[in-house]
Design a protein around this ligand. Structure first.
Ligand code: KG4
Ligand code: ZN
Length: 334
């Protein structure tokens, strides 16, 4: 059978990334230009700066991608674009690049939901096996999604307020870590003990999550300690926070696995890089005799390869967009 080459473009936040993936599972080039060093100075992503940086970077990233894969536009079967959700100005840069290439080279344009991309990042380990349960943990999403086949998404629950990555970044900022705080907080937590008492958010029977109360509890605790002139043990606070987050994610994931009798669990999104979460999920898999898949670290945070992989399966299903495709800051998973 003829091989299929998909070009994947991702620019939803502060990473400009373009990749080429063969048959949905083999990544030939994954170029990621990160803007972290710029946004660090502001403690978080500044949308206007992000879109300007995407404009500067996108053609450079595109050239580098083709060089790395040793291919040309002629070899490409279709162009997959993460059209949303995300920062509207950032999304538009990737979308316009994708549309331009599609028009000029007469290649089909495949619309990919950003979170579908995160889910399909697991294809780089082995093709997805259905039915599966996806635990989605990123800077903008915290969701449990049941999939009975490719692109069949049934949302069981999601966050009612902050996403888990957002909560990591905010807590990290309060205790003086730089942006993005998630990975730094994760590192700190591995050196501490969960000695501080924090509330368990939305500890109920639903599949929903709520992390804003936990975030406020950490902020209040931090202020009280400083007001009393005591010293904060940052490692222990990080560890206490991480324990509550992981316990909560695992408890609801376990319930969903038991109720759906699903034997495949995948984790998706930037927070799947979290070392504590990775080992807790593997442990859960052993306990329930469930096959667990977590993306390799290079594919956890935003990248074009995940978009290209999802794009391949969408392409095979006949999904297409025309040149009127618009970017969406918010969009249901589809
Ligand atoms: O999926 P992603 O790259 O972007 C969105 O789609 O939002 O996720 C980025 C988020 C950030 O909030 C970042 O702090 C978090 O993922 N993150 C982590 C870790 N690595 C990245 N959070 C906790 N532990 C980590 N090791
Ligand atoms: Zn993402």
């Amino acid at each position: 059978m003829k091989d299929t080459y998909i070009l994947g473009i991702e620019s939803s936040c502060d990473e400009t990334s373009i990749s080429i993936v063969k048959n949905g599972v083999e990544c030939l080039a994954n170029i990621v230009s990160s803007q972290i060093d710029i946004h660090k100075n502001y403690g978080g992503v500044v949308p206007e700066i992000a879109s300007r940086e995407h404009i500067k970077n996108i053609t450079v990233v595109l050239d580098e991608c083709f060089k790395k894969a040793n291919l040309t536009m002629k070899d490409i079967d279709a162009i997959a674009i993460a059209y949303g959700p995300g920062l509207i100005g950032s999304l538009l840069v990737g979308l316009e690049a994708a549309k331009t290439l599609s028009y000029l080279y007469e290649k089909p344009l495949i619309p990919v939901h950003h979170i579908a991309g995160h889910i399909y990042a697991n294809s780089f380990l082995e093709p997805l096996t259905f039915p599966l349960l996806a635990l989605i943990v990123s800077g903008g999403h915290t969701e449990l999604v049941f999939m009975k086949d490719h692109f069949s998404f049934k949302k069981l629950g999601g966050t009612l307020d902050d996403a888990v990555g957002e909560c990591y970044d905010k807590v990290a900022r309060v205790i003086g870590l730089s942006y993005p705080g998630g990975p730094l907080l994760d590192q700190l937590a591995s050196h501490g003990k969960a000695t501080y008492s924090l509330p368990y958010p939305l500890d109920d029977d639903s599949y929903n999550f709520s992390f804003s109360g936990l975030k406020s509890a950490v902020i209040n605790l931090h202020h009280h300690i400083l007001q009393k002139g005591e010293t904060l043990n940052r490692e222990n606070l990080a560890s206490s926070f991480q324990k509550v987050v992981i316990d909560t994610l695992i408890k609801k994931t376990k319930k969903a696995l038991c109720e759906t009798k699903c034997k495949n669990l995948i984790v998706a999104g930037g927070v799947s890089a979290n070392q504590g979460l990775r080992s807790a999920v593997l442990e859960l898999g052993k306990e329930l005799d469930v096959k667990v898949s977590i993306p390799p670290l290079a594919y956890c945070t935003d990248n074009g390869a995940m978009v290209a992989s999802a794009g391949y399966y969408a392409y095979k299903l006949g999904r297409r967009a025309d040149l009127y495709l618009n970017s969406k800051s918010q969009e249901e998973l589809k």
